[in-house]
Design a protein around this ligand. Structure first.
Ligand SMILES: NC(=O)C1=CN([C@@H]2O[C@H](COP(=O)(O)OP(=O)(O)OC[C@H]3O[C@@H](n4cnc5c(N)ncnc54)[C@H](OP(=O)(O)O)[C@@H]3O)[C@@H](O)[C@H]2O)C=CC1
Ligand SMILES: Nc1c(N[C@@H]2O[C@H](COP(=O)(O)O)[C@@H](O)[C@H]2O)[nH]c(=O)[nH]c1=O
Ligand SMILES: [Zn+2]
Length: 352
């Protein structure tokens, strides 16, 4: 068992390398072990590209030529997620592994996606392949919590994020912007943006801060930008509407497409607003969403119970007055120093 865990742990490390590139697919890592040695390893690298298991098989075929067939029969494939059973952008991996008669397949967790969920395992077993499942299953499900949230709850995984002073304020009281955190936190925030599919702010934040919400201090792709602006109060020359990244504007008056800006009108705007936004983003294959603020917007998602994780920076400064940061009725799960600031992470449903 320890040996299985060691190899599955490596698969999880490999899977993680696909972060930011495979959504809305899950991150998956796979490797093939023969005679106690890893002879090939790979991961799902890009949405629409080959799956991890297919890349491993391909690598073995090209490196071992005629010997590959015999090698597969004696080998064990380790994979962090149940091999797929359906024709998606690529043919089903379970059939590929069955075809090459891989001796044994060790799987971390089942794929909760309804078209797979157990069907991949069935294909393998019916072909006479020995299957072991459930090795580091919790870690594997946790790694793909964005994907699981999308397929099980039909909404993106939602990460609340804000910065507050030591005495709990997130903005001055007079509708102005005042930066709270230091340079290291800013770089980390840009890294987070590169890892998630979308980032959302409310109209007042757009008006007061004129934010860009792009990735500038890290290497990576921009998330979709999302603005809640009921009356379309944010002027067309706002940075959010500058075309430097795709932007979605949820509003109460028009549905339209202007360059890279997509306006989506929501009927009965205030009625179940965060739920409607979450569902619309799900329909657009947005698998994860950072909710940046301000206070009203964060409260909207907190009040609806629509959040999974909160990342809260606290600086050393005290202001004495201002706009109070939201209150979360959850326990801090992790904390660390980020330059001079403290980062606390909360999970609504802690799973580990
Ligand atoms: N420290 C941090 O991490 C962050 C701080 N901030 C700060 O938070 C503050 C903004 O937060 P908050 O005021 O709660 O707003 P939000 O950004 O959450 O925006 C949501 C609300 O703004 C309201 N609003 C107010 N004035 C207007 C207007 N002229 N046009 C359209 N909508 C308007 C709307 O309310 P309604 O529909 O009811 O009129 C809307 O619901 C800013 O000072 C910003 O700097 C923002 C993000 C992060
Ligand atoms: N003030 C504040 C934050 N504010 C958030 O960052 C947004 C600005 O993004 P950009 O224009 O891309 O640099 C701003 O509108 C608000 O959502 N973030 C933080 O990490 N720490 C801070 O102290
Ligand atoms: Zn597959």
């Amino acid at each position: 068992m320890q040996e299985h865990e060691r190899y599955i742990r490596r698969c999880l490390e490999l899977a993680q390398l696909g972060s930011g590139s495979v959504s809305p697919n899950p991150m998956v890592g796979a490797l093939l072990v023969s005679d106690g040695r890893i002879i090939a390893e790979n991961y799902h690298r890009k949405f629409g590209g080959p799956h991890a298991e297919a890349l491993v098989v391909e690598e073995v075929l090209s490196s071992y030529g005629d010997q590959a067939t015999e090698l597969f029969r004696r080998a064990t494939m380790y994979v962090s997620l149940e091999p797929c059973a359906h024709h998606g952008k690529t043919p089903p991996c379970a059939r590929l592994l069955a075809e090459y008669r891989i001796g044994r397949v060790v799987i971390a967790c089942r794929d909760p996606f309804e078209k797979v969920n157990g069907a991949g395992i069935r294909i393998l077993e019916e072909a006479g392949v020995e299957v072991i499942e459930g090795v580091l299953a919790e870690e594997a499900l946790w790694l793909n919590r964005r994907f699981t949230t999308r397929v099980v709850h039909q909404r993106p995984y939602i990460i609340l994020k804000w910065a507050q002073t030591a005495d709990g304020y997130m903005a001055p009281a007079n509708n102005t912007q005042r930066w709270i955190t230091g340079a290291v936190a800013k770089q980390l925030v840009h890294r987070w943006r590169s890892e998630e599919d979308a980032i959302l702010v409310g109209a007042n934040t757009a008006l007061v801060d004129n934010p860009q919400l792009t990735v500038r201090e890290w290497q990576g792709r921009n998330p979709k930008r999302v603005l809640i602006d009921k009356q379309l109060a944010v002027a067309p020359d706002a940075k959010l509407l500058d075309g430097s990244a795709e932007t979605i504007v949820f509003n109460a008056t028009k549905s339209d497409w202007v360059g890279t800006v997509k306006y989506i009108e929501l009927e009965d705007f205030d009625w179940y607003l965060p739920q409607k936004i979450a569902y619309q983003l799900y329909l657009m294959d947005v698998q994860s969403l950072i909710v940046e603020g301000g206070r009203k917007t964060l409260d909207l998602f907190i009040g609806a119970g629509l959040w999974d994780e909160a990342r809260v920076f606290t600086s050393r400064d005290s202001w004495g007055s201002g706009m109070a940061a939201p209150a979360l009725h959850a326990a801090v799960a992790e904390h660390q120093g980020i330059g001079p600031d403290r980062l606390d992470i909360y999970y609504r449903n802690p799973q580990r």
